[in-house]
Design a protein around this ligand. Sequence first.
Ligand code: TZP
Ligand code: MG
Length: 227
Amino acid sequence: MEKKKVDYSVYLVTDSRPEVLGQRDFYTVVEAALKGGVTCVQLREKTGDTGALIQTARRLHEITQRYQVPLLINDRVDVALAVNCEGVHIGQDDMSLPEARRLLGPDKIIGVSASTPDEAREAVKGGADYLGIGTVYSTQTKSNTKHILGPEGVRDILEAISSFPKVRTVCIGGINEENAQEVLSKSATSKRKLDGIAVVSAVMAASNPLDAAKRLASLTTFQSSKI
Ligand code: TZP
Ligand code: MG
């Protein structure tokens, strides 16, 4: 899968915790979301051993490949290398971007979390393929969220990287069907707009993940043709 062609518009970040999934099967939920139209998947597991994570990643990669959707691994460059998936997503406290790039090479996707203009500029200068900008709205999904940006804070970050047209951008944190359009339109500057929205609970906790993904996909398509 060519890096340049990656579609970040509906970016699913997984959550396999029982409070989110209930009785449902993790892979079935993610596959339903793929059928509904998610365009990118990040495997995000904060607990468990490395062997189990590699097994999960391998099985998930088999599924995402059938939909020609990239799979990225949260935090774990070693796991991405082990399963040869499309890349990683790293936060400010994970392996550094230069180290991750050295291990993964030029062709893998590396996304970096940014919650300030400075973090965003540094990641872009270091060669991040995309930025995960957040936290936009308050969320139950992540406990250690830094300050809440709102669409205005996202806009400041987009402004800060306006001279770097190649880097892609998604935003994350409390995004759902009700506020997706608002965040996309209010965060856009005259020079650039977000390339997508990243969601956890709006899809993983939805009673019908296929429909939830479909509705988000239709909102983002509508929005990108409007801006
Ligand atoms: N990073 C910033 S907020 C967040 C992550 C992983 C969680 C977003 O979850 P939700 O359920 O889409 O609010
Ligand atoms: Mg991390």
